[in-house]
Design a protein around this ligand. Structure first.
Ligand SMILES: *[C@@H]1O[C@H](CO)[C@@H](O)[C@H](O)[C@H]1NC(C)=O
Ligand SMILES: *[C@@H]1O[C@H](CO)[C@@H](O)[C@H](O)[C@H]1NC(C)=O
Ligand SMILES: *[C@@H]1O[C@H](CO)[C@@H](O)[C@H](O)[C@H]1NC(C)=O
Ligand SMILES: *[C@@H]1O[C@H](CO)[C@@H](O)[C@H](O)[C@H]1NC(C)=O
Length: 446
């Protein structure tokens, strides 16, 4: 039988047949010896039967390669764009019934071929408006060529103070993560927002910035506010009804969270791609559990991202407390900000902010901004170095597209640069996500 199995083994080797069994038994004895000395077969009354587990566990911690989280964490620190190529921005522009024209105007004012755009008209808008919006995007020759403007076909029911707003924003981000691999920041605009600088200004100034920075105005919820904000439980019927109705409060109240600290701030954000991947892909459970927690929290868009970022070690230091918007409040502040008019123009310019809100439909100050700050001709894109066509006889120079990584920054870039220098100065840096008072929950106890 052996001869059949090894037809080529010659006579010379037959006298060494003892070798394989010898090594086999040697291997078995060595294994048994080692196993015994590591306590694998020790009796329950002998050595600690768990010691072998401890050894292997300790070894795993040493290398830490067995834990999937360490691989994921390593990918944060990596500079995404070491050659400092100009950034790309993903914009969400959302609107409701009657906003179609305003959304189109805001889109034209923030358009640049480098960027990505997604438009969301909520379920309150009639189908006719959605078709109208989709048609204006479809027939635009630039959008058709560059293919960077999308309309969300699925429209969500959105309650502005409820969790449905967050769900809608996260859906838009998820679509953009899937559809476009190269964008660096996400910006959230509504139809009543308007830019105060051109995209050439914005992209030029942000080229020098770390792609990990998140612009999110935030402050911890402390003191009496904590009881007032965190104890009530609300329900957003937008989650399960097909018609919009307002959020309602339950009679029950819940205890304050002890596993994380609560933060609040502006619902307008500019978030880094790495932070949003962390929120959407959810390899750490915190973004997911907080999303569930915020389902019953009033004004969740003013707290969800803020609480996630400030409770995550890897991202806490990337949060710059500013929403990049000029927003004017009444004195004393009311529920909604004041609509901006011509007399706010000076304040807007002085603030250095790249965006402002909110504007009434076709307010004359928008024409003034177009003319003086953006240089945007009516119904055309805000100009940039990518527009290389002729403007003779009122024709659109942007109908001929040039190199989209060349910019011609103007005075808007100077204003924005000044604002960013102020924001990134050291004393503000040290205040990121910090607690000023001590009567608050403390997550580091865990
Ligand atoms: C995003 O923008 C909208 C305006 O359309 C705003 O109401 C909302 O709260 C923003 N933030 C988030 C986190 O969804
Ligand atoms: C970017 O940084 C370089 C070198 O520090 C500097 O020369 C350049 O002016 C900066 N550009 C902007 C837009 O800030
Ligand atoms: C576009 O401009 C950039 C920066 O000036 C340059 O590096 C790149 O080669 C240009 N691309 C084309 C296609 O001309
Ligand atoms: C949180 O706990 C840490 C360590 O226990 C302590 O140093 C820190 O002061 C605490 N912070 C607050 C705000 O209580």
């Amino acid at each position: 039988m052996r001869k059949n199995a090894h037809p080529h083994s010659g006579r010379a080797f037959t006298d060494r047949r003892w070798i394989p069994p010898f090594f086999a038994s040697l291997l078995v004895s060595v294994t048994l010896f080692l196993a015994t000395s590591f306590g694998l077969f020790s009796s329950p009354h002998g050595k600690d039967p768990l010691s072998f587990d401890f050894i292997s566990f300790a070894r795993m911690e040493d290398t830490s390669e067995y834990f999937v989280e360490s691989n994921l964490k390593r990918s944060f620190g990596r500079p995404r764009n070491s050659k400092m190529e100009a950034p790309r921005i993903a914009y969400l522009i959302s609107g409701t019934k009657g906003d179609t024209r305003r959304m189109r105007r805001t889109l034209q004012a923030v358009y640049h071929p480098r960027n990505q755009y997604i438009l969301h008209l909520d379920l309150e808008a009639p189908p006719r408006e959605r078709i109208e919006l989709t048609t204006t995007i479809k027939i635009d020759p630039t959008f058709r060529q560059v293919e960077n403007v999308r309309v969300m076909a699925q429209s969500n029911l959105v309650t502005y103070r409820g969790p449905t707003m967050i769900a809608s924003t996260l859906q838009a981000v998820a679509i953009m993560l899937k559809e476009s691999i190269d964008w660096d920041w996400f910006i959230n605009l509504s139809a009543s927002d308007y830019p105060l600088v051109t995209q050439d200004d914005l992209l030029h100034v942000f080229t020098n910035l770390s792609r990990d920075l998140n612009f999110i105005e935030h402050t911890p919820i402390i003191g009496w506010k904590l009881n007032q904000r965190a104890r009530p439980i609300i329900v957003d019927p937008g989650l399960y009804l097909s018609k919009k109705s307002n959020i309602f409060w339950t009679t029950q109240r819940r205890s304050l969270p002890t596993f994380f600290k609560l933060f609040t701030g502006s619902a307008w954000v500019m978030l880094s791609r790495s932070f949003l991947e962390y929120c959407i892909w959810g390899w750490d459970n915190l973004p997911r559990t907080l999303l569930m927690y915020y389902t019953n929290f009033v004004s969740s868009p003013e707290g969800y991202f803020h609480t996630v970022i400030c409770n995550t070690e890897e991202f806490r230091n990337t949060a710059v407390s500013h929403d990049l918007h000029y927003i004017a409040w009444d004195n004393p502040p009311k529920q909604h900000p004041r609509s901006l008019t011509m007399k706010d123009l000076n304040g807007m310019v002085k603030s250095g902010a790249p965006f402002a809100r909110k504007f009434a439909k076709d307010d004359p100050v928008l024409d003034k901004i177009d003319k003086e700050l953006l240089g945007r001709p009516k119904d055309q894109f805000a100009p940039g170095a990518w527009c290389i066509g002729s403007s003779d006889g009122g024709s659109d120079p942007c109908s001929l597209r040039g190199n989209d990584s060349v910019f011609s920054p103007g005075v808007g870039a100077e204003r924005l640069k000044e604002l960013l220098q102020k924001l990134l100065s050291e004393d503000l840096y040290s205040k990121r996500c910090s607690f000023q008072a001590s009567n608050s929950v403390n997550r580091s106890v865990h």
